[in-house]
Design a binder for this molecule. Sequence first.
Ligand code: ISE
Length: 313
Amino acid sequence: ELLRVGVVGVGVMGADHAARLANRISGASLVAVSDPDGARAEAVASSYPGVQVIDSPLALVAADFVDAVLIASPGAAHEEQVLACLAAGKYVLCEKPLTVSSESALRLVTAERAGGRPLVQVGFMRRYDPAYTRLKSGLGRVLVLHNIHRNKTAPGSFGTEMIVRDSLVHEVDVSRWLFDDEIATISVLTPAPSALAPPGVSDPLVAIFRMTGGGIATNEVFVNSQLGYEVRCEAVGEQGSRFVDAALPLPDNFLSRFEAAYDLEVQSWVDACRRGEVTGPTTWDGYAATAVCEAGVRSLHDGGSPVAVALVR
Ligand code: ISE
C-alpha cells in the first residue's frame, strides 16, 4: 500500500517536498496540498497527476484519503496543525522550527505522549546529510564543535530574532545530536553588522553553546553573506576531528545543498510510517531546540550574556 501524503504549505520548502514526494520517493503518493495562497496550491497540484487542492489545512489533515501529513507552513501555524494530526492519529513530518515558543512546543510533546504513541518527526534534515552522518562515529567523545552557517541573502522579513529561531536552530539541533547532550547555556553575540544586512538587523551573529556535559559549540550565522549557501562544521573529538566542508562553487540556497539530505529524510519518514514507526528527530528534539533559541533571543537582548536553558521534563 502506498502511503498517501498531503502537504500543508507549498512555499519554497513545501513545493520542493511535493516534487520529491511526487517524483523521487518510493512507497508514497502525493494526494493533496493546501496553502493560503490558492493559486500557488493550484500550480503545485496541477504539476502532478491526482493531487487535490484542499483549502483548509485542517480539512486536509482530516481527509480520509490522506494517511500522513508533511507540514511546511510557517512556524507560527505548526502547533494547531500538528495537534490536528495527533487528534486524527496521523503521522506527520513537521518542518523546523517545531513551533515558535517553548510553551507551544511543550504542548505538542505533552499531547503526543497523552496519545500513547509517537506520530511526529521534526524536519531537522542535517541529521540525514551524508557529510554530517560521517561525524557521528569514529571521533570518540566529542569535545568541541565549530559551526558556520551562511546564506547568500535572506528575505527582508528576516530580523535578528528570526536568524536565531529559524537559522541558528539548525546548529542547535546539530550540536544536541553530535554531542548527544542538551545545551545548558547559550550566548548570542553581535559583531559589527554587515552594511549589506537590512537596517537594524544584526547579521552576522556568533553564538556559543555550552553543553550540560561541558562540551562547547561555537557558531557563526550570517544570512546576508552575499557569497552563497555555505554550511560547514568541524567536530573535534578525543580521537580525531572531521569536517563537513562546503563544496565549491557554493550553491545559491539550501534546496540544492541539502537535496540528498531532504530525499533521505523524507524516504526514511515514509518507510517508517509504512512500518508504523517514528524514527527521526522527535517532538522532544523540536521542543529542546525551540527552548534553546528562546534563551538565545534573551541573550541577544541582554548583551550576549549566557542564558540558561530550562527544559521541562
Ligand atoms: C531556512 O529556513 C532553512 O532552514 C535553511 O536551512 C537555513 O539555511 C536558512 O537560514 C533558513 O531561513
